[in-house]
Write a protein that binds this ligand. Structure first.
Ligand SMILES: C[S@@+](CC[C@H](N)C(=O)[O-])C[C@H]1O[C@@H](n2cnc3c(N)ncnc32)[C@H](O)[C@@H]1O
Length: 217
């Protein structure tokens, strides 16, 4: 467990994230292309027909980068982006305005116990959100199981781990936990049948990122 981020209540955690993105939202799209790897790849791997009329939820949609990819790849899909940071949501709304009401952005936390999306979603995407949600990431994965329809798909792209303690410390200062814990949890969860899984080096192996797709059985 990382000091400082493992014992937060949900309210404290959400506040930490909102504070963090007050400034980071302003430089997000200028900077993140250079290290949030796997985002384009994971959207391409989503195993639904391009013409399918599916419901997609991105948890922690940020500035809407993936929402745009999803809207282009699935022109008949109804897409919801949920994010706890108003600063990020404001940008996402502008970035996705071109898609009209096919893309709906909601400002608020994804939370255990919600019934808003129960059994309604075909695809839930977590892209670089879960490693920041500590310690509640496992509760959110449980919630995703409730919200996904049978046969629905959980898609993940995120940091995986690093062998370099300086880098893990640097990332923990940005609220990111890198312990290989997401892939381990998903692979041990027999709710999902693995459709795609890949762990890849970034910057000659300073860290690894993970891509995973599982189908709810
Ligand atoms: C690193 S950004 C990723 C944004 C986007 N998914 C991407 O790939 O560029 C993480 C996002 O998750 C959001 N977030 C963190 N905790 C959340 C929660 N409990 N519910 C919804 N969004 C959350 C943050 O506000 C932030 O916008």
């Amino acid at each position: 467990m990382l000091p400082g981020i493992s014992s937060k209540t949900e309210k404290e955690q959400n506040q930490t994230i909102q504070n963090y993105y007050k400034f980071q939202s302003k430089i997000y799209d200028l900077t993140r292309w250079s290290f949030l790897f796997g985002r384009i790849g994971i959207v391409k791997q989503i195993p639904f027909d391009k013409k399918a009329s599916i419901n997609i939820l991105e948890v922690g949609c940020g500035t809407g980068y993936n929402l745009k990819l999803l809207a282009k790849q699935f022109p008949n899909a109804s897409i919801t982006g949920l994010d706890v940071s108003k600063d990020m949501v404001d940008i996402a709304q502008k970035q996705t305005a071109q898609f009209g009401d096919r893309v709906n952005i909601v400002c608020g936390p994804y939370m255990k116990g919600s019934t808003a999306y129960k059994d309604k979603i075909d695809v839930i995407l977590f892209s670089y959100s879960l490693t920041m949600i500590n310690p509640q990431w496992s509760e959110l994965l449980e919630q995703a199981k409730i919200d996904l329809k049978k046969g629905g798909v959980l898609a993940l792209a995120d940091f995986h781990n690093s062998n370099f303690s300086f880098f893990k410390k640097h990332m923990s200062n940005h609220h990111v936990r890198m312990d290989g814990h997401l892939l381990e949890a998903l692979k041990n969860d027999h709710t999902y049948q693995t459709v795609f899984e890949s762990v890849n080096p970034a910057y000659l192996g300073i860290w690894h990122y993970v891509m995973y797709i599982g189908k709810k059985q």
